[in-house]
Write a protein that binds this ligand. Structure first.
Ligand SMILES: [Zn+2]
Length: 282
């Protein structure tokens, strides 16, 4: 419960793109300029916009976890509850790079895409996919608590109701994975957040209410019931609650930006080329 967002940014799209690329939002002073994805917009993307043409000008293409899974011949899926997540299809399907690994699996890195604002419809679609044709890597985004937080306030009774509802949706998915013989023995779930919040906003990267987030890893063969810092503690140090350390630390906190490379490590695949967070292993 003591993980961190990006140190300079607590917005939705920039943090999700960090999760999927293993790169900071902006390049820290200690690193070369290409060590960031550079996508700082949180608005609906223009129709020709991609992470590559609107992100870091020091990069021509920013590969993602979708690229690595897809290029190794495995399948990928995305379930998101905000239409602006089209930035991911625009970056990794319409503008995906040539497959440089093994046989050519094409440029479309995200095999199956489902975007729906309705929590129940999204959860139903995700359940269906997990039962009928589970992808090797599935990215899921639940916006429900964020939406209610902006309308009614983080910590409000409506917000707490939204947490209960999203918890029930997660419960459905975790139970399904556990009960499904093809999934339960093999699947792992990484659960994290793009940001926290207070009042009706989450824009302040210096506010612990906005930058302290959870990061849970669940799977049948993974060590159970232990704090993640106690498992990977040699490389990572739990930060003080009021701190979101920069990237100059040799023992950085666990960040949402570790999610992509952790997923690849669990799949037995190499890290995202040119990525930073989690690229050295866990
Ligand atoms: Zn928001």
């Amino acid at each position: 419960m003591n993980a961190r967002t990006d140190p300079t940014n607590t917005y939705t799209l920039p943090n999700h793109i960090s999760m999927l690329t293993g790169l900071p939002v902006t390049a820290p002073p200690c690193a070369p300029p290409e060590q960031a994805h550079g996508y700082t917009s949180n608005d609906a993307p223009g129709s020709n916009e991609s992470i590559h043409n609107r992100g870091n000008p020091a990069r021509s293409y920013t590969p993602s976890v979708f690229d690595v899974v897809h290029d190794h011949g495995l399948s990928t899926a995305m379930f998101a509850s905000k239409s602006k997540f089209s930035i991911l299809t625009q970056s990794y399907n319409e503008a995906g790079a040539k497959d440089a690994v093994g046989e050519d699996n094409g440029r479309r890195k995200i095999d199956s895409v489902y975007i729906d604002e309705d929590l129940k419809a999204l959860t139903n679609a995700l359940s269906d996919s997990l039962v009928k044709a589970p992808a090797n890597f599935t990215f899921v985004h639940f916006a429900h608590p964020d939406r209610v937080g902006h309308d009614e306030g983080w910590g409000s009774s409506a917000y707490l109701d939204a947490i209960v509802e999203v918890d029930a949706a997660l419960g459905r998915i975790l139970t399904l994975i556990d009960d499904e013989p093809r999934l339960g023995a093999h699947a792992a779930v990484i659960l994290t957040a793009d940001h926290g919040g207070s009042g009706r906003r989450h824009a302040d990267a210096a506010n612990p209410d906005h930058f302290v987030i959870p990061f849970h890893v669940l799977g049948r063969d993974l060590p159970g019931g232990r704090d993640l810092y106690s498992i990977i503690g040699e490389r990572r140090t739990a930060p003080k609650l009021a701190e979101n350390p920069g990237f100059d630390r040799p023992d950085p906190p666990i960040r949402n930006g570790d999610a992509g490379n952790l997923a690849l490590a669990l799949l037995g695949l190499p890290p995202i080329p040119g990525s930073w967070m989690g690229a050295g292993g866990f």
